[in-house]
Write a protein that binds this ligand. Structure first.
Ligand SMILES: C[S@@+](CC[C@H](N)C(=O)[O-])C[C@H]1O[C@@H](n2cnc3c(N)ncnc32)[C@H](O)[C@@H]1O
Length: 390
């Protein structure tokens, strides 16, 4: 077996140099926890638009150690079932479990502001590597980690044991938290959610912190950090960008099928005031999801090669279709919600305020919903209500 101590030290040093790690205790955790233990039975490496399987067993030990300590996210499962030992050649597929890039994991863990003795709940165990880092820092009895996929959870549990941590690995839907071990001082989600479930707030002590990626678009999610108040509400802000795979129970089914059928009946058509290509930028994409929760961005090309873009909200049977017309874009909208009107109004108001970045977004959570705001005015203020306020 290759001694990976030098790899761990090099990884820790890079994380410190790049500012992801600032606390000595987290540096010590990176230096101590062998990441390779968490990558069994293997990983999928991106190669020419497909995924090349690399098994832990049978690989050259030096090469395996190099892979285990790359700075990248290492995909460990595709399409909700496939592991690297089950494939012999490059395959297509969607990543459904991974060991996230250490820069993001450690950056998030640092943002948790943990203290000795804190009880932490992690949602999205994945390989178990991030749980192991937290066990090293806080002790195995202070970490509870929930993974929705039973096979992933079993592998993570075995890896945690192999690394010497008999922590609480729970198989279940992390959107429900884990009431049996509540209340927690800290909750951290390493999968993205469209909305922070109120149950996480309820399971956190007053003064405790919940840290989670909000947003369902790959480019345009924000890392929310909220502190729980005595009255059971929580408030905080978006502290930066983050990109995680979607929590399985919340992942929207991709919009498929005949797009012309979905857009057959428009209720309005006009020239767009802003280009929908703005949605390729992170902050406009984040704001679009705040302004039109449930909307998905879809691109297509006509048989003549014309570029098409759409916003679809399948649940609310609404669409906006954009067609480039030389001078700009025309937008056709249909359904009960004028998706582009809502998004465009938001983007214009945001530009009017000088286009502040994502860290200007404040978030307030109650049991009846989320309120996002930028500044104190009424224009950049959005309520996502589950029910009327009590
Ligand atoms: C990016 S991976 C986690 C990364 C991991 N913590 C690490 O060590 O780097 C995300 C994981 O979240 C899990 N997941 C997705 N939806 C979930 C849910 N509703 N509850 C719990 N886990 C979930 C996925 O199965 C996947 O294993």
């Amino acid at each position: 077996m290759t001694d990976t101590t030098p790899h761990r030290q090099a990884l820790a040093e890079r994380l410190v140099q790049e500012g992801a790690v600032v606390t000595p205790a987290w540096r010590a955790a990176v230096e101590a926890v062998p990441r390779e233990l968490f990558l069994h039975p293997g990983v999928f490496l991106p190669e020419g638009g497909r995924w090349r399987p690399v098994s832990a067993v049978g690989s050259d030990p030096a090469e395996w150690a190099r892979i285990a300590y790359t700075y990248d996210t290492l995909t460990t499962q595709l399409d909700g079932h496939l592991t690297a030992d089950q494939a012999s050649e490059p395959v297509a597929g969607l990543p459904t479990s991974s060991s996230t890039t250490p820069a993001l994991v450690l950056g998030m863990i640092e943002s948790l502001d943990v203290e000795d003795g804190h009880q932490v709940l992690e949602i999205g165990t994945g390989t178990g590597y991030s749980a192991a880092l937290m066990c090293h820092r806080l002790g195995e009895d202070n970490v509870t980690t929930v993974e929705v996929d039973p096979e992933v959870a079993a592998r993570a549990d075995a890896a945690l044991e192999a690394a010497g941590f008999s922590t609480w690995t729970v198989t279940g839907d992390g959107l429900l938290g884990h009431p049996r071990r509540a209340p927690y001082d800290r909750v951290i989600a390493t999968c993205a959610v469209r909305r922070i479930p109120y149950t996480w707030i309820r399971q956190t002590k007053p003064g405790g912190i919940v840290l989670a990626t909000v947003g369902s678009w790959a480019n345009g999610a924000g890392l929310a950090k909220v502190t729980v108040n005595e009255d059971g509400t929580a408030e905080g802000s978006i502290i930066g960008r983050a990109s995680f795979m979607q929590a399985r129970a919340q992942a929207a089914a991709p919009v498929a099928g005949d797009l012309s059928a979905r857009t057959a009946y428009a209720d309005s058509e006009r020239q767009a005031k802003l280009s929908p290509l703005m949605l390729d930028e992170w902050m406009p994409a984040f704001l679009a999801q705040v302004a039109a929760p449930g909307a998905q961005l879809v691109r297509a090309t006509t048989s003549e090669g014309a570029q098409l873009m759409y916003l679809f909200d399948p649940e609310r049977e609404s669409f906006a279709e954009f067609v480039a017309d030389g001078a700009g874009w025309r937008v056709r909208q249909g359904g009960p919600v004028s998706l582009w009107d809502d998004v465009e109004d938001t983007l214009l108001a945001w530009q009017g305020e000088g286009s502040p970045d994502i860290t200007s977004v404040r978030l307030h959570i109650t049991d009846w919903g989320h309120t996002y705001r930028i500044g104190d005015g009424a224009a950049l203020h959005w309520q996502h209500r589950l029910a009327d306020p009590r």
